[in-house]
Design a protein around this ligand. Structure first.
Ligand code: FAD
Length: 431
């Protein structure tokens, strides 16, 4: 049997390992639009010398059940467990002051989010997001520091809450792991094992964008956009992000049935932006291992920033949801300036030197967003379609299979979801 895999992120790599572990599979062809493995797990090791900047995924979550924990051990990648602390910096009458995350004002917002989530959870359909209103900075920080993280300042709020709660429910509660050389480097190394382990049976083509897929009872034929030509196989696993699929970048012949196209309307990738700046000096006020939340007014949102204990000479910042989307629309140099000005007004003596890195997932044609949430697309309790989107997309369509973080029902939006789904689709092909 000859199988094609579209996409060389963790789902595609895990699918390839699973297929090639079966002697009945004679050839696996992995087609990847980018120049290498990793997809949304990708490490930039050059922009800041000596620092592995994970542009997408950076934590191994639920390490006791996450397959990457063992893969890291086998491939001798050093991991570190880091217990985080959270601190807010608010501007009280022009004076910067630290606020505890458990002050009543902040806690009230966190409790309100939990109550809303509990109410939303009981609905058969997905709850629409409304951008929350904040009267005080502490309220805004309450949202930013709720157990659901910085997503909660955005209009994507409830969708992300559902995602985060789903992860928590499926999780092991153990501390996240960082990979010192970058989780993207680890995922790429796991992909690079394939040609060595399965020489002759495994073929990969990087820089190869699949533009159309014809599927039928006798097999699947893929059109390879950039290199031209086509590839005929017995079965195909498509792991490209749902935003890419939903954008029509790959055409299907015959067209996908309504269950799939409806699922792709409901599954979206949200916005998440990261940047990193090399520090020239050691700013006393910014303690490694502590997360600080800084308010921004134009565009409105909250930065989360921190120094990693294992890389204290770098300041990393995250933005999520609407705020990240607004930053993605700006020039990189303006985003750096905005963040630097904010940090320098909140803390004394923060100086930067050469070395900076930034992401823009929404403008990356191979991702078109960060990770999946289920959008509210109308309907009511009698129309629970959006909640079924993930399972609908995962149903095999003859010889064609869809897999990736978004088809996982329990921990979507994570690396382990991508891994589990790649394995699931490969087993369905083998069956
Ligand atoms: C900013 C950010 C932070 C995150 N943080 C974490 C975290 O800390 N922990 C965690 O577990 N997860 C995290 N995630 C989520 C995690 O990165 C993803 O869930 C996971 O990497 C998805 O893997 P995948 O294989 O499903 O998809 P992808 O990694 O997106 O792989 C799909 C591949 O398809 C390729 N492709 C696209 N179009 C085509 C085409 N037409 N032809 C051929 N190839 C194509 C892409 O280039 C890509 O390589 C984060 C994601 C982001 C963006």
């Amino acid at each position: 049997m000859k199988v094609a895999i579209v996409g060389g992120g963790l789902a595609g790599i895990a699918a390839a390992h699973t297929l090639l572990g079966d002697a009945g599979v004679s050839e696996v062809h992995l087609l990847e639009a980018a120049g290498g493995y990793g997809g949304r797990a990708s490490t930039d090791s050059t922009s800041i010398p000596g620092f592995a900047f994970d542009k997408g995924a950076q934590y191994i979550q639920d390490p006791t059940t996450n397959p990457l924990t063992d893969i890291a051990k086998d491939l001798r990648f050093e991991t570190v467990k880091e217990e985080d602390l959270y601190e807010l910096r608010v501007d009280e009458d022009g004076v910067w002051a630290d606020v505890d995350t458990d002050t009543p004002e902040v806690q009230a917002v966190v409790d309100a989010i939990q109550r809303s989530y509990d109410a939303a959870k009981s609905q058969p359909n997905v709850v629409v997001a409304a951008k929350p209103r904040f009267d005080t900075q502490a309220e805004m920080f309450g949202h930013a520091t709720s157990p659901y993280g910085p997503f909660t300042e955005s209009a994507e709020t409830w969708q992300y809450l559902a995602a985060d709660r789903a992860r928590e429910a499926a999780g092991d509660g153990a501390e996240n792991l960082f990979v010192k050389r970058g989780v993207g480097t680890l995922v790429a190394a796991y992909g690079q094992l394939l040609p060595t382990l399965y020489e002759g049976r495994y073929k990969t083509r990087f820089g190869t964008r699949v533009t159309s897929i014809a599927h039928g009872d006798s097999g699947v034929t893929l059109t390879l956009g950039t290199s031209g030509g086509s590839l005929a196989v017995d079965a195909c696993i498509v792991t490209v992000p749902v935003s890419v699929l939903g954008s029509g970048a790959i055409s299907f012949e015959p067209a996908l049935p309504a269950a799939y196209t409806n699922a792709l309307k409901a599954l979206r990738l949200g916005s998440y932006k990261k940047l990193a700046l090399k520090l020239r000096t050691d700013p006393e006020d910014i303690v490694p291992g502590t997360n600080y939340y800084l308010i921004e007014t134009e565009p409105e949102g909250v930065w989360q920033c921190y120094r990693l204990p294992h890389a204290p000479d770098v300041l990393v910042a995250h933005a999520a949801g609407d705020f990240a989307a607004a930053l993605d629309a700006m020039e990189d140099k303006d985003v750096f300036s905005l963040f630097k000005a904010n940090v320098q007004s909140a803390f004394d003596a923060v100086y930067f030197t050469n070395g900076k890195a930034i992401t823009n997932w929404s403008k990356n044609p191979n991702a078109q967003g960060a990770y999946s949430y289920t959008a509210f697309i109308g309907g009511g309790p009698s129309e629970p379609g959006p909640l079924k989107a993930r399972s609908d997309l995962g149903v095999p369509l003859g010889k064609l299979h869809f897999a990736g973080e978004a088809t996982n029902l329990k921990c979507y939006g994570t690396l382990q979801a991508a891994y589990f789904e790649g394995v699931r689709a490969a087993k369905a092909v083998l069956a």
